[in-house]
Ligand binder design. Structure first.
Ligand code: ZN
Length: 296
């Protein structure tokens, strides 16, 4: 069995793993994301120790962004403009690669999670498909013609602009850049700020969910008409509230209003918009998946 290293550098926590796949996890370490120096030192120390024991075929990094993924850029693998203190302009990929002397691949945490779902999860090798994480933030990754989506930078669909009715929802949103974009309206912190309660503890009957399903459905309709994905996977902390799925599915069908004449939408929406299979380990297993795809 080939073994790979994976790092998920998230906004609040960092997870390091040695694995061959989701059923072959050899070692794992979790710690808080603090300063870049402290966080990277912990990660590098973990992999140095593991390298003494195991032969690793490569390392995958799935990181919060925005991150420079243009291989021709002088700042390839750098975190770019994050509001996270100390992390702007941090050289992530090359620093780790140089310290560990291992082939390294980097992508966004959501593209990594998408690759995990593609290889081992609910995407089952289908392309194009998209993966959304809806939790502390909102992000999207995905594959198009079998390749992870990159372009000008990478998808930032958490910041798509949605319709908000200021009468039914006077909350102006918290995104520092746009106010009431998707993330500003529908992420976990937005739910907490609007209703004064965590999405984890609200009862299923709370009116928050109707509004939440509406915003998520708007974003899914935009995604469907823009990218024509064959599957949409929804993960992240907010989506652990499973009652949201049928609400979103109904809203999507209703908003499309028969325009997209596909049996997946009209008759099998429950197989079209689905939960993530890799759950809470999606990010770090996705980083392993990046390495598997790049160095197998
Ligand atoms: Zn925004």
């Amino acid at each position: 069995m080939k073994l790979y290293g994976g790092i998920e550098t998230g906004g609040t926590k960092c997870v390091c793993m040695i694995a061959g796949g989701p059923d072959e996890v050899i070692a794992e370490s979790r710690f808080s994301t603090t300063t870049p120096e402290e966080t990277l030192l912990k990660a590098i120390t973990f992999f140095r120790e593991q390298k003494k024991i195991h032969n690793l075929s490569g390392l995958g990094i799935g990181t919060f962004g925005p991150v420079d993924l243009d291989p021709d850029s002088a700042t390839f693998g750098y975190i770019t403009t994050t509001p996270k203190p100390g992390w702007a302009n941090v050289n992530l990929a090359k620093r780790i690669e140089n310290e560990l002397q291992m082939p390294t691949v980097i992508d966004t945490d959501v593209n990594a999670a998408a690759m995990g779902e593609y290889l081992w999860g609910n995407a089952g090798g289908i392309s194009p498909f998209v993966y959304f994480t809806i939790g502390t933030g909102i992000g999207m990754g995905g594959l198009f013609n079998g390749s992870l989506m990159h372009g000008l930078i990478h998808p930032e669909a958490g910041h798509m602009i949605l319709k908000r009715d200021p009468i039914t929802d006077p909350y102006a949103g918290f995104c520092a850049y746009h106010g009431d974009c998707f993330e500003g309206l529908a992420s976990g912190p937005a739910i907490r700020a609007r209703w004064g309660q965590s999405s984890h503890t609200m009862p299923d009957q709370h009116p928050a969910w109707k509004l939440e399903a509406n915003y998520i459905a708007q974003a899914m309709v935009n995604t469907i008409v823009l990218l024509s994905p064959r599957k949409i996977i929804l993960g992240g902390g907010v989506m652990q509230r499973e009652h949201l799925f049928p609400m979103i599915q109904r809203e999507v069908v209703s908003m499309l209003n028969g325009y997209v004449k596909s049996p997946q939408i009209l008759n099998q929406i429950e197989d079209f918009i689905v939960p993530a299979k890799l759950g809470g380990r999606a990010g770090v297993l996705g980083s392993i998946a990046l390495a598997v795809q790049a160095f197998n």
